[in-house]
Design a binder for this molecule. Structure first.
Ligand code: ADP
Ligand code: MG
Length: 921
């Protein structure tokens, strides 16, 4: 694309962007022009943003901004005039395509201040030759405050998160945090509190586009490294997080006298919520996104899942960072963007209250039973546009005609759906509530929009033509005039062709000349001479054409322009009035949008359950966890067409006369299906608690309050992401935090170090889980020594994944059965992987030798010496290797008796004796 400008340019901008730049630049003497003064002033007010400075059809960037942006966007960096004796670097992006460039800059972590021209350049000129067009920043574009479809992922929420901290009152109590988060593109606004242990998990759940914190919190020595590890954390001055003014700022935004009507909030929560609001006001500059009043999430109301566990279980994306292959991607059967967002939200924050979960299950069940209603509902939903985002754009003045149409179509679809739902036999509460929210908006609004909007709609309101003919009499009149004049132009062209005898004569239009008469060069002479030169006034000679104007044409042009201007002005006025109607009904539209999303998610889950044979789980307040015939939702779908997925049972419920749940040790060779089995049970618990049905024959889940999942370092090392240290830090977090309601998944912990180290760590970790955490857990391991623990720990249970050996080959049956694996089958697996036969044979010999030596395994002794009720308290000393002993062995190893003389042998013996004496002494 070319960067050349078209259209009339404001006087202050050189017609050619590469030409002289007198208006902005000062001179070598260091004088600063008025325009430069304006630029510097605006830039000084927005030091942490790249400044998009509007000049005609371009946003221009200068100085360092230009250098940064040209590098980030790969656009040409030019020089323009001088400031204080030095060249001014500059680059620019065309306004028409600015979204695309904004998107890239935001994705790279920049913030952009968009500075517009606030008056017509002609106005400025009237004030005198040297006047500068009035400009100001109309919006800050930041990662957490986006509204444009082009800048957002339709299927994900984009949260702005404010974090406020209350310092610990004592050393033990730890800091308390309030989190307020909102999505200005949908209007959701919530607050919650958590302690420092859960802070990371909360942030991982929300995946905010941007986080704001106070300067003090940002600089906190303990947290600073954590902030740096997150994208887009913005420190703000203390006033934004001022608790004293928080409630007042919140109330002012929602135009109420007190926030009490919204619920009861702690002072810390109000502080975080007000910080969000103040930041929205600062970035949107005078525009008010249609936010819902803040609603409070009670702490503990959702399942806490930390970032590592989310990554590990591949909930919203795979370890490679893709949506495809994640749990979300295989369960997402929604047909609308809003439904997709809600599903992602529910998956990221499963509930902990069996009753609320049951309500969701009831709704799914109702739509599962009624296939016809489900199909009809989904077909209608598919036609419903993204109401919430269209509404938000209209409210902040960034809407277009298509957003009005989205409101029209969304409300109409909603009313239709509500009518259909009335036909459901015994609709459950969740569906009844949705239906009532859909009936709520006044049908007159959709009718008004339907009457006003044309069939075909332009992308931008400035293009005009979106108001239906017959809707506004004055508009129809202006349009008739404009179109009539266009017919007159056509007639004029015919007349001129006739009088001049130039058949190819055309009347054309461009933005620089306006209307003009054009003939080929060959006819040009004719019009330049008498008698035609009395009528035709020369404007321009090009290589092949000559262009003229006439008085008549100029008059006509003025008429056309004024009629078109008038028509557009009327349309824009209509647009504003319709937008005002829509925003006035905003609260109801938002509720309808939420209802559509709920129905979409519910019908989608029902469809998933039907297609893949999922069942309704029973969710209880107990500590049970029984899965019969469970499957891994993702592996199962990936296997389609390949072999069947082997369903497996799991039972972590407390054994009879025990209070706490069980720990399963799962052994079996590599590739047997251990990791798959572990994860599928965690995923089933998540699915159950988010309100979905589950891939199993039957499932009974006692509420899980915290979920932990870790994989041994060896798995992670392959991805170059982790080390043994990280594995241990994460394991430490689990052992320190898991409680009796937690579910812990440990996959091959201890693998990232030497065998005996690893075995010891795994051993001690299991004892700790059993004795101190007392949680439900699944522990996969290739250390089969660990299975011996079951003899002493009453809630430990051994399971193994069956394999069959057949003619020296290993066959994976993927079947989990009680018992312990007797061996690893590592060599058989290596053989399957294609290791050379010689290596396999040699490995077998080495293994046989090692196994012979290992008969006196230390595991036997440890079993008889279990620190049963003191595992947490006692820290047994680690066995140390004795260097003197090793040196002695080494000295013996280098002796070669066959080549020694008797005397040498005797001397060597004395030397060894001496060494041994030193060791003991
Ligand atoms: P391990 O952790 O024991 O090394 P994985 O759980 O990684 O084994 O499983 C290895 C592969 O075996 C999986 O990628 C999957 O293709 C297959 N698999 C695992 N469990 C099953 C099952 N229950 N039914 C069918 N195939 C399975
Ligand atoms: Mg594994």
């Amino acid at each position: 694309m070319t960067l050349a400008r078209s259209g009339p340019l404001p006087d202050e901008v050189p017609a050619d962007r590469n030409g002289a730049f007198g208006a902005l630049a000062g001179d070598d003497a260091g004088r600063v022009t008025p325009m430069m003064e304006q630029y510097l002033e605006i830039k000084a007010a927005n030091p942490d943003c790249l400044l998009f400075y509007r000049m005609g059809d371009f946003y221009e960037l200068f100085f360092t901004d230009a250098e940064v942006a040209s590098r980030a966007l790969g656009i040409v960096l030019t020089k323009r005039g001088k400031h204080l004796g030095r060249d001014i670097p500059m680059c620019g992006v065309p306004v028409e395509r600015s979204d695309e460039y904004l998107h890239r800059l935001i994705a790279l972590g920049h913030r952009v201040a968009v500075c517009e021209q606030l008056e017509d350049p002609a106005e400025a000129k009237k004030r005198g030759g040297k006047s500068v067009v009035r400009r100001d920043v109309v919006r800050l574009v930041t990662a957490g405050t986006l509204t444009e479809d082009t800048l957002l992922d339709a299927r994900r929420n984009n949260y702005l998160l404010a974090i406020a901290r209350a310092r610990a009152s004592s050393a033990e109590s730890g800091s308390q945090f309030a989190l307020a988060f909102l999505d200005i593109s949908t209007g959701e606004f919530r607050v919650t509190e958590c302690d420092s242990a859960a802070l990371g998990a909360e942030i991982a759940r929300l995946e905010p586009g941007e986080i704001i914190v106070s300067d003090a919190l940002f600089g906190d020595p303990e947290l600073a490294p954590y902030w740096r590890s997150l994208p887009a954390v913005m420190p703000l001055a203390r006033d934004v997080f001022d608790g004293a003014t928080a409630e007042r700022r919140l109330a002012a935004y929602f135009a109420v006298t007190t926030t009490e009507g919204f619920g009861t909030f702690s002072r810390l929560e109000l502080t975080a919520a007000a910080a969000c609001i103040t930041y929205v006001e600062r970035t949107q500059i005078g525009r008010k996104p249609p936010l819902s009043p803040p609603s409070r999430e009670a702490p503990g109301s959702t399942l806490i899942i930390d970032a590592a566990t989310r990554a590990n279980l591949e909930l919203a994306r795979t370890l490679a960072g893709e949506r495809r292959g994640s749990l979300l991607s295989v369960i997402d059967r929604t047909v609308t963007a809003a439904g997709s967002r809600l599903l992602a939200q529910r998956l990221s924050a499963p509930l902990t209250d069996p009753e609320s979960i049951g309500r969701r299950h009831d709704a799914v069940e109702a739509l599962l039973m009624d296939a016809a209603a489900r199909a009809d509902l989904r077909a209608r939903l598919a036609a419903a546009p993204d109401l919430a985002r269209a509404l938000a754009r209209l409210a902040v003045g960034r809407g277009g005609p298509r957003d009005l149409a989205a409101i029209r179509d969304g409300l109409t679809a909603g009313a239709d759906i509500a009518a259909r739902l009335a036909g459901l036999a015994q609709p459950p509460a969740e569906i009844m509530e949705a239906a009532s929210a859909l009936r709520d908006p006044d049908p007159a609004l959709a009718a008004e929009l339907a009457a006003a909007l044309a069939e075909e709609l332009p992308a931008f309101k400035r293009d005009g033509g979106f108001v239906r003919a017959g809707y506004d009499a004055a508009l129809d009149e202006a349009r008739a005039l404009r179109d009539e004049s266009r017919r007159v132009v056509a007639a004029l062209q015919a007349r001129y062709a006739e009088t001049t005898g130039v058949r190819a004569l055309k009347i054309r239009h461009n933005n620089v000349l306006g209307y003009f008469v054009e003939v080929t060069a060959q006819h040009g002479e004719k019009l330049l001479g008498p008698p035609h030169n009395g009528v035709f006034i020369h404007r321009q000679t090009l290589a092949g054409q000559v262009r003229f104007t006439t008085t008549e044409l100029a008059d006509l042009e003025a008429k056309i322009a004024s009629a078109a201007d008038r028509a557009l002005a009327i349309e824009l006025d209509r647009f504003e009035r319709l937008t005002a109607l829509v925003t006035a009904a905003g609260a109801g539209i938002k509720r309808a949008a939420e209802a559509l999303a709920v129905l979409d998610v519910t019908a989608g889950v029902a469809a998933l359950a039907v297609d893949h044979d999922y069942v309704r789980p029973e969710v209880t307040q107990t500590l049970e966890l029984i899965v019969e015939g469970g499957r891994h939702p993702v592996v199962e779908q990936a296997l389609r067409g390949g072999g069947p997925f082997i369903a497996n049972d799991c039972d972590l419920s407390p054994p009879s006369n025990a209070v706490c749940g069980r720990i399963w040790i799962v052994t079996g060779p590599n590739m047997a299906g251990k990791s798959t089995f572990l994860r599928q049970n965690a995923l089933i618990a998540i699915l159950a608690q988010m309100g979905s049905f589950v891939p199993a024959r039957r499932a009974r889940i006692g509420i899980v309050d915290r979920l932990f999942s870790r994989v041994g370092a060896a798995d992670d090392l392959a991805r170059g992401r982790s080390t043994f240290m990280v594995e241990m830090v994460e394991t430490a977090a689990i052992l320190n935090q898991a409680g009796p309601r937690s579910l812990v998944i440990l996959d091959e912990i201890g693998r990232g170090t030497a065998t005996f180290d690893g075995l010891s760590i795994a051993w001690a970790a299991i004892e700790h889980l059993h004795e101190s955490n007392r949680c439900r857990a699944l522990f996969a391991t290739h250390f089969h020594e660990l299975t011996a623990l079951a003899a002493k720990l009453p809630r430990l249970f051994n399971a193994t994944v069956r394999v069959k050996e057949w003619q020296g080959e290993v066959v994976f049956l993927h079947e989990v059965v009680p018992g312990a694996a007797d061996r690893s089958y590592g060599i058989q697996v290596a053989k399957l992987a294609g290791l050379p036969a010689a290596v396999i044979e040699r490995a077998k010999i080495v293994l046989a030798e090692i196994e012979a030596e290992d008969r006196t395994s230390p595991a036997r002794r440890l079993i008889d010496d279990l620190p049963l009720f003191s595992a947490a308290a006692r820290a047994p000393a680690a066995p140390r290797e004795d260097p003197a002993h090793a040196a002695l062995l080494k000295a013996i190893a280098v002796l070669n008796p066959d080549e020694m003389s008797p005397r040498e042998a005797l001397e060597a013996l004395y030397a060894l004796k001496l060494k041994a004496a030193q060791k003991d002494g």
